[in-house]
Ligand binder design. Structure first.
Ligand code: AMP
Length: 430
């Protein structure tokens, strides 16, 4: 017997039954981001490795440890994208979008790849929905972007999520904070976990978001980045908070929020869910301002702010909500005899063309077995087609939730089904 081949570790298949939740999240995002004027952008899944090294940063976990990097047949170093901000920025620069409009608002969705240690809510291929606003440095833009996320989560029905915000300052004020932090952490090096002792050398800010309790205790007592902000950065952060107040968005200021990427300046934020289903993978999304990135990538001096949400985690939360996302069939067509099989196939085809969602068992079989399948399908109605129905052109719609059958002419099934009031879905038979 041939050996079975399994999918790649950390990369999941999405099958019907679950995919409907994903489609709900994706279509909600499209509608909502559209309302805010964000247009969809699709970039390739593979980019020049240097793009991520220069934007996300060589010393970050993502670039240092987690990228799927390979050489193509032409000897170029390419990487599967680990995130969407840098590819969108690359496309923005490459297409000189800043010469066409002063402000651009883009969103994207799709798979990202990171070679991470797996657990619930953390995978090696995962999906993000993200948005980027280019060209506005004002705090109102940061607030508007957070409003997108707030309204997106509301539209999904996910309300138990807390917005955390912080400011990391800019090139002017961050070096002093950085120096103080390194000095402080070095004095407490022995108390840090092994990972953080290494982070201290490579990327000290990352120590602040380590989940280890001892590291958190050290971080909590350390220097507060907000006390180091220069006047313009302080004013930006104060105004952002005022704008969030104007929009009625609730938030907490968390001075230990740093995020794991190098490109942020000033505002950073995260949306954290409190549901136990996510375990320690409780951050459903995050983002921040990256005013220097475009220039650093050889592009124009354009300020930008963006976020990314993890779809896998949103889907986990929606699964917990117990809501149904699959659209049930309007009608199940069962055939009473072999001679009605072709007519049944034809009727199903016609009704689908007329816009109904119709289930029809192409295997035929006994009427009893077809009725069992009709029950299982969750269809609103079943129509049995036999010789009598074919001859008279009249049939009955049997409501699967119970109740009186509705007489129907075979040439007006779609209209009759549509005219019936919606009853709750029947519990599917086991
Ligand atoms: P980041 O780009 O690291 O800021 O991540 C933004 C969001 O993407 C996170 O808040 C998560 O919801 C999601 N995310 C990041 N990494 C993973 C992963 N390995 N598996 C699943 N979701 C992830």
């Amino acid at each position: 017997m041939s050996q079975k081949i399994n999918g790649v570790k950390g990369m999941n298949d999405l099958l019907p039954g679950e995919i409907e939740i994903w489609q709900f999240v994706e279509s909600t995002a499209r509608t909502l981001f559209g309302r805010f004027g964000y247009g969809e952008v699709r970039t390739p899944m593979v980019e020049d490795t240097a793009l991520f090294v220069r934007s996300v940063g060589e010393e970050t976990d993502i670039v240092g440890k987690e990228m799927y990097t390979f050489e193509d047949k032409g000897g170029r170093s390419l990487s599967l994208r680990p995130e969407g901000t840098a590819p969108a920025a690359r496309a923005y620069i490459e297409h000189s979008v800043n010469n066409q409009e002063p402000v651009s608002r883009w969103f994207y969705m799709g798979p990202m790849f990171r070679y991470e240690r797996m657990k619930t809510g953390r995978y090696r291929q995962f999906s993000q929905i993200g948005a980027e606003a280019y060209g506005a440095k004002e705090p109102a833009q940061d607030a508007e972007l957070m409003d997108v996320v707030v309204q997106f989560l509301e539209a999904l029905g996910l309300t138990d999520v807390t917005l955390n915000i912080n400011s990391l300052g800019d090139d002017n004020c961050r070096p002093a904070y950085h120096a103080k932090l390194v000095e402080y952490l070095n004095a407490h090096k022995e108390e840090l976990c092994a990972d953080c002792q290494q982070r201290l050398e490579r990327n000290p800010l990352r120590v602040l978001d380590c989940k280890n309790e001892k590291c958190q205790a050290v971080a909590a007592a350390g220097p507060n980045v907000l006390e180091f902000l220069c006047e313009p950065c302080r004013a930006h952060f104060t105004d952002l908070q005022r704008k969030l107040g104007v929009l009625g968005i609730r938030y907490v200021v968390n001075h230990r929020l740093v995020r794991g990427l190098d490109y942020y300046t000033r505002t950073v934020f995260e949306f954290i869910a409190s549901h136990p289903a996510l375990g320690t993978a409780s951050t459903v999304g995050g983002g921040g301002r990256y005013d220097k990135m475009m220039k650093g990538l050889g592009g124009p001096d354009v300020p930008a702010v963006g976020f990314a949400m993890g779809l896998d985690r949103l889907v986990l939360l929606l699964k917990e909500s117990g809501k149904t996302f699959a659209q049930r069939p309007d009608l199940f067509i069962a055939v009473a005899d072999e001679g009605s099989q072709d007519e049944g196939l034809k009727l199903a085809s016609r009704l689908r063309r007329e816009g109904l969602k119709v289930d029809f068992d192409t295997r035929g079989g006994s009427l009893k077995s077809q009725m069992k399948r009709a029950d299982k399908s969750g269809a609103r109605f079943t129509l049995v087609l036999g010789e009598q129905e074919r001859t008279t052109g009249q049939a009955k719609l049997k409501p699967m939730a119970g109740g009186e059958p509705v007489p129907v002419a075979l040439d007006s099934v779609a209209a009759t089904v549509r005219a019936q009031p919606e009853a709750p879905a029947p519990a599917p038979a086991c």
